[in-house]
Design a protein around this ligand. Sequence first.
Ligand SMILES: Cc1cc2nc3c(=O)[nH]c(=O)nc-3n(C[C@H](O)[C@H](O)[C@H](O)COP(=O)(O)O)c2cc1C
Length: 198
Amino acid sequence: MNISKENFQNHSMSKLIKGAVVPRPIAWVSTISGDGIRNLAPFSFFTVASMNPITLCFSIGRADRDKDTLKNIKETKQFIINVVSESLANQMHESSKRFDADIDEFERAGTDFEDGDFIPVPRVKQSPVHMECELDRVIEIGEGNLVLGRLVGYHIQDDVYEETDKVNPYELKPVGRMAGDYSYIRDFFPLPNDDLPK
Ligand SMILES: Cc1cc2nc3c(=O)[nH]c(=O)nc-3n(C[C@H](O)[C@H](O)[C@H](O)COP(=O)(O)O)c2cc1C
């Protein structure tokens, strides 16, 4: 299939990009509003922006409204990224549904919460890894808002942690986003000539 210059506009590039930039990790972002309402939502336009200082980023689109996650982050300047393991996929998906700003989305998703260790933001109790972030900046890109957060705290479940400072992927059981579907990430393979340090 050759997409010509003339034809480019006739294709849904958003669908073609979401199908080609895969698998995407999912940032399950928890926030709290200035009024103390807990919020939870998944974002798969998510990656690491810098290792020094460690900065994570994810992009919030607009669709037809300002999303609560963005409003809360602008208000409190804090958020937590919870890793989604396979057993949490359904609750994560539930939390992606549209709820009014005064609804506790932990309750709606059926998710237990506890406060972060470093910042007063709720996190998903069963999530294997929590990354606690202070807002660095929001960069507006058209209708998108790239949220950059400085890592200020990290929590990992004992059974997922391996000496020294390794994350066991078989215990993490992360879920990936493929276009509009989900994928298991559990099939690893070695390259015969790979001698890079792990
Ligand atoms: C797996 C998954 C990934 C998503 N990724 C994004 C994303 O990267 N950016 C975005 O704006 N919305 C994304 N969404 C949609 C938001 O989760 C959805 O708009 C949610 O209602 C926002 O909640 P909020 O208003 O509480 O912030 C995604 C949804 C799902 C199910």
